[in-house]
Every structure is written in structure tokens, then in C-alpha cells.
Design a protein. Structure first.
Length: 324
């Protein structure tokens, strides 16, 4: 499907977006990466810039974009609490205005568009594991709402554009994903723990560590997104893409300490408001409709991610703990 097709990736210089750009190029596509570099980094795509089938454009998706492409992957949005809570109004604008602008472009060009939605549409779920037909348990006025409700509204827009304009849409709900090119200061649990362990700092756990997450390695996630875009036109989703193997936050910390050989102690802090207690995808639909399931074991994915951060920190002052 992607051979010789021109694909637009919004958020293309981000953690997920840069891996998606690589995967599309490997499948013979031409790729246009669009990013305003708020959380994306040019270094994530620096190795692609000499590829004649790759182009990078600095642009904010809250502003309309006029380009010619054959498919759109809408991945633009800060995805960690540290970043999306930094400017919550801007986060909502990226999710909602960005979706409107990309849907408008897809409508004009009559091309398929995939929305990178999130497990956060389920909020602090009362259903466990979470299935796609669960409507969620979200606080609409809490500190996480800019992201949660922004993504929920984006899904609404996607399905309304399909109903109203017969637009070919795809929606995936991404569960906790990790791997190389995560930002060391993004506040996500995997990157936090690895950086703290490599620095020899205490591992900061919010709450008692019994809350669960399900961690999907980035290569598996990208494979799921590409399978979704290549699926039959009448399959729109939403579909959960994530690893159904549940892990407590404390267990994750102990695995990372063991793999890094760190002597870090565990430090427990108060749980942030609206932090989900459980997070586990039901991927029955992804298995049946896409033939997809994750293949990278957590211990193997962590090894690759630790190696990435070890190299990154050794090249910079980030190796040293901050001095108060």
C-alpha cells in the first residue's frame, strides 16, 4: 500500500512519529514530516534528511496546511503529562484544531487519514481490561483533561467527518509505548526510571507502586499503526494498540534497577490527581481484524531503551544529577 505513496506524518520528529517515518521509508513510501518541534527533535530525523524520499517541514498543525499527499498519519500532540500540562490550552488546540485541519486536508484530497488517539480516552477506567466499546471514566475539568478530552473530541471529529463526508478514516488508541528517542525529561514512567537509575538517583514512584501499566515497545506499535492504515476501508476502528501484559509500576522499577545494575532506592511520592489506577488493553479486535499482537518482550525492549539512554546520557551533562 505504501510503495511510491506520499505520506504525511504530523509530529514526524517526535518519539513515535520519527519511528513511523523510518518504517514508511523502509516500505518504499515518500514521507513528509511536519512538526513544530515543541516536543519533537530534529535529531530524531537527522539521519533521514539525506534520503531523497524524505522531507521535513516546520509547521504547527493548528494552522491549516496545503500540501499534496496520498495518506495522512496524524501523530502531532504532546503525549506526556509534563508537556501537555505545560500549556493545556495549546494542547487542546493541537488535538482539536489540528484534527480539524488535517481532516480538512484529507477531505480536499480524498485520502485516508489515521488518528493516533490514546488510552487516555478511557480515563481512570472502571472496566478492566479496556475494550473499545467502553466509553470511559474521564474527569472533564481535571489537570489531565486538556489531553484526555482533546483526544476524545478528535475522535468525535473523525467519525463525524466519516458520517458527513464519507471520509476514509482510521483511529487507533495507543497504550503506554516506550523505546529509543523518548525524551529524558518527558515525565513518563519508563524514561523517568531509566534516567534515574543510570544517574544513581532514587527511583521516584508516585503512589504505592501498585498501579498498573501495559508497556508496548515502539516497533510493535508502529507495526500496528501501519497494519491499521492498510486494513480494508470499512474498518475504521477505534482499535486498541498496546501490550496486554500488565505490570505494576513497582515491578517496572525493580526490573530497570536489575537491568542497569543501579543501587537506586525506591522513593514514594503522593499520587497525582486523576492518575489512572489500572491500564491494560483488550487487543482482541487488533488480533482478529489486523492480525496484530506485540512480539517484543518487556525485558528485551527495556534493554534496547536502556542502551539508548545510556549512550544519550554519556554524551551530555544529563548523566549528572541536578544540583539544588
Amino acid at each position: 500500500m505504501f510503495q511510491n505513496k506520499r505520506c504525511l506524518v504530523t509530529g514526524g520528529a517526535g518519539f513515535l512519529g520519527s519511528h513511523l517515518c523510518e518504517a514508511l521509508l523502509a516500505r518504499g513510501a515518500e514521507v513528509l514530516s511536519v512538526d513544530n518541534y515543541f516536543t519533537g527533535r530534529r535529531s530524531n530525523i537527522g539521519h533521514l534528511l539525506n534520503n531523497p524520499r524524505f522531507e521535513a517541514m516546520r509547521h504547527d498543525v493548528t494552522v491549516p496546511l496545503f500540501v499534496e499527499v496520498d495518506a495522512i498519519f496524524n501523530f502531532a500532540c504532546p503525549a506526556s503529562p509534563v508537556h501537555y500540562q505545560h500549556d493545556p490550552v495549546a494542547t487542546t488546540k493541537v488535538s482539536v484544531h489540528g484534527a480539524i485541519n488535517m481532516l480538512g486536508l484529507a477531505k480536499r484530497l480524498r485520502v485516508p487519514i489515521l488518528q493516533a488517539s490514546t488510552r487516555e480516552v478511557y480515563g481512570d477506567p472502571e472496566m478492566h481490561p479496556q475494550r473499545e466499546n467502553y466509553w470511559g471514566h474521564v474527569n472533564p475539568i481535571g489537570p489531565r483533561a486538556c489531553y484526555d478530552e482533546g483526544k476524545r473530541c478528535a475522535e468525535t471529529l473523525f467519525f463525524d467527518y466519516r458520517r458527513q463526508h464519507a471520509l476514509p478514516i482510521k483511529v487507533i488508541r495507543i497504550f503506554n509505548t516506550y523505546g529509543p528517542r523518548m525524551l529524558p525529561n518527558d515525565g513518563r514512567v519508563v524514561s523517568n526510571f531509566i534516567v534515574q537509575a543510570l544517574r544513581g538517583e532514587p527511583i521516584t514512584i508516585y503512589g504505592d507502586g501498585s498501579q498498573t501499566r501495559s508497556f508496548c515497545y515502539v516497533d510493535d506499535l508502529i507495526d500496528g499503526a501501519l497494519r491499521m492504515m492498510a486494513s480494508p476501508a470499512d474498518f475504521t476502528g477505534p482499535v486498541n494498540i498496546g501490550n496486554p501484559e500488565e505490570c505494576t509500576v513497582r515491578d517496572l522499577a525493580e526490573q530497570i534497577i536489575a537491568q542497569t545494575g543501579a543501587r537506586s532506592e525506591l522513593r514514594f511520592m503522593p499520587l497525582p490527581q486523576d492518575d489512572p489506577r489500572k491500564r491494560q488493553p483488550d487487543i482482541t479486535l487488533a488480533r482478529s481484524a489486523l492480525g496484530w499482537q506485540p512480539s517484543v518482550r518487556l525485558q528485551d525492549g527495556l534493554a534496547k531503551t536502556i542502551a539508548y539512554f545510556d549512550a544519550l546520557l554519556s554524551q551530555s551533562a544529563l548523566r549528572e544529577p541536578a544540583v539544588a
